[in-house]
Design a protein around this ligand. Structure first.
Ligand code: SF4
Ligand code: F3S
Length: 334
């Protein structure tokens, strides 16, 4: 690489300088920045002190934590013994995950103390990631941790944070738990803590961890959260239209549709619109950033987009396998 920046990777880091530069290039691409920003990102990450992070988990299926765990070190299937760091390995090199109920070893009073310690030691410095919805009915009684409601915990922890990330659709707008008739009054972070100005939402079922890492990288590199739409979704990830960026879009334009699972059109990779694909109504960068270490995304796997990053998609974009009402269903960017 020409004009390589001078990067010192910490002696304790298991990552190589090459890993670091490769990762910075990836992040520049995900953040839709010119490649020339990779050097600036690498320098900022190398110079930064570890960012304290608190991960709260409420009413959910743990899919976002799973997404985080599945993006760690991968083994090369062709060259046994060769491993590549995943985005989670790299993330853990520049953040300090101080609290995560599902992953931490401590429990009970000790874990409660860990959370209190972070808030006391790093006021205004820590980042909160919220996974899951927050029940608001009966004053939050449907979800409690150690006798305290999720509602009161999220309000207290977010109030002292430098930045808040709503990871996944449940933290965005209540997700599946908020689907009609929403018996627990489930809502997202915006509903539970109105008026937050430092909140970024990353809806998806689950969150794509590459986007989550990119938000943190943006915060470390530029000292602020990325620009967002009116729903708090960053433009770099949700400014794109699934349908326009889809690799099957030419088939849509030519009106070549799969009409049944396994029919000739489906086997030939034609458009999945008639099988219920909600791509024309959905904004996300799935086709560019991909999933499973850049291997695939739902439409490439042969299944239509379910619209999982749109508001209240369980109510608004179901049934999953029915086509959108008409061809003008595309929702304009908020
Ligand atoms: Fe792709 Fe779905 Fe749009 Fe067809 S309808 S082009 S499969 S996003
Ligand atoms: Fe969700 Fe559609 Fe992407 S279902 S994961 S927004 S392709």
């Amino acid at each position: 690489m020409k004009n390589e920046p001078s990067i010192q990777v910490a002696a304790t880091s298991p990552l190589t300088r090459r890993d670091f530069l490769k990762f910075s290039m990836l992040m520049a691409g995900v953040l839709a920045l010119p490649r020339s920003y990779a050097g600036r990102i690498a320098q900022a990450l190398a110079a930064a002190t570890r960012l304290p992070v608190v991960w709260l988990e409420f009413q959910d299926c743990t899919g976002d934590s799973e997404s985080l765990l599945r993006a760690n070190q991968r083994v090369d299937p062709i060259q046994p013994g060769v491993t590549d760091p995943g985005v989670t390995d790299l993330l853990l090199d520049f953040i300090s995950l101080e609290y995560h109920e599902t992953l931490m070893a401590s429990s009970g009073a000790n874990s409660e103390k860990s959370l209190a310690d972070v808030m006391q030691t790093y006021p205004g410095e820590y980042v909160v990631v919220v996974e899951g919805s927050i029940p608001s009915a009966l004053n939050g009684a449907y979800c409690a941790i150690r006798g305290r409601s999720a509602l009161s915990i999220v309000r207290e922890v977010c109030a002292g944070a430098r930045a808040v990330i709503g990871a996944g659709s449940c933290a965005f707008d209540g997700g599946l738990a908020a689907a009609a008739p929403n018996p627990t009054g489930a809502t997202g972070v915006r509903g539970a803590v109105p008026g937050l100005t430092n909140l970024v939402n990353l809806p998806g079922c689950p969150v794509n961890v590459v986007n989550l890492v990119a938000v943190i990288v943006h915060l470390i590199t530029f000292g602020e959260m990325p620009a967002c739409d009116s729903l708090g979704r960053p433009y770099f990830a949700y400014g794109e239209d699934i349908h326009e960026e889809c690799e099957r879009h030419n088939h849509y334009e030519a009106e070549r549709f799969a009409l049944a699972w396994g029919d000739e059109g489906h086997r030939r990779g034609w458009c999945l619109y008639r099988l219920g694909c909600k791509g024309p109504a959905t904004h996300n960068n799935c086709s560019r950033v991909l999933w499973n270490d850049g291997v695939c995304w739902p439409v490439r796997a042969g299944h239509g987009c379910a619209g999982c990053s749109e508001p209240h998609f369980w109510d608004n974009l179901t049934p999953l396998y029915s086509p959108l009402p008409d061809d003008d269903a595309a929702i304009a960017n908020p």
